[in-house]
Design a binder for this molecule. Structure first.
Ligand code: FPP
Length: 246
């Protein structure tokens, strides 16, 4: 197993969980079987992240664009989500995990929203890792929603245009209160951001692996974290500046 430095964990890990469909197709199975296996990988990654002391884990579970998939697949994904949250709630309570959701919740079926609200409420006092599911989420849509909220305040006269800063803008995104991700992992060999956390990923390290999401193991997750730990994050500065401890 790869050695990890506990002092250099990403504070916030974001993941695009891709390749469930291909995993299933390669095995002549239905796509939904890939999603079911993918849900098992989610459990493993949540446990690992929480045990490794990662403060925030954000998973892209369903994009704004995923609504255009075949109706049966969308229904199956919603059913899987319902089952997952029900099962996961007990584990979140046991592991002190605080649940969180980003995305356009108004698009989700009402029975999913009831379950989400229950999980949000029951875990709201937890002080451990924050697990955020991005559901019906699109980065551009989120930015537009934030801009509209800010414009409304300007129109109401409660905010002046000069008061609009990066920090104020961040506070109007769905991710208000979460630090920006330090590391983004995407599985299945695709090298795209796909409308995920567009604003928040500005300085994130990106890690792409060919492994399909259902095949991700503890070892391959640790390899991604080790790769992150070996990188130098400069935030626009030079190496020399970073090495001066003044
Ligand atoms: C991408 O695979 C994955 C999704 C669209 C959904 C992610 C869902 C899960 C991991 C399972 C359920 C999630 C939770 C939180 C219980 P894809 O279908 O796009 O794969 P493909 O690109 O190979 O077709």
């Amino acid at each position: 197993m790869t050695e990890l430095d506990p002092t250099k964990m990403p504070r916030h890990l974001a993941i695009i969980m891709d390749g469930n469909g291909r995993w299933a197709q390669q095995r002549m199975l239905k796509r939904i079987v890939g999603h079911q296996r993918g849900a098992e990988t989610v459990q493993m990654v949540v446990d690992q992240a929480s045990n490794l002391g990662i403060g925030y884990l954000t998973l892209f579970a369903f994009s704004s664009e995923n609504w255009s998939r075949p109706k049966l697949e969308v229904q199956a994904l919603m059913a899987l989500l319902k089952k997952y949250i029900r099962n996961e709630l007990r584990r979140m309570l046991k592991n002190n995990i605080r649940f969180n959701v980003i995305g356009n919740r108004a698009d989700l079926p009402p029975e999913i929203n009831v379950i989400l609200d229950d999980a949000l409420q029951q875990t709201s006092g937890n002080t451990g890792m924050v697990l955020t599911l991005a559901l019906s989420y699109g980065g551009r849509q989120e930015i537009v929603r934030a801009a509209a909220k800010i414009a409304q305040q300007v129109q109401d006269g409660t905010l002046q245009p000069e008061q609009i800063t990066e920090s104020l803008f961040s506070q109007h995104l769905d991710t208000a209160g979460l630090p920006d991700p330090d590391l983004l992992i995407r599985t299945s060999g695709e090298m795209r951001i796909s409308n995920f956390l567009l604003w928040q990923l500005a300085y994130a390290e990106l890690y792409f692996t060919d492994i399909n999401w259902p095949d991700l193991t503890i070892n391959t997750l640790h390899a991604a974290l080790a790769d992150f730990q070996a990188r130098e994050r400069r935030f626009g500065k030079t190496s020399a500046q970073l090495n001066q401890r003044s």
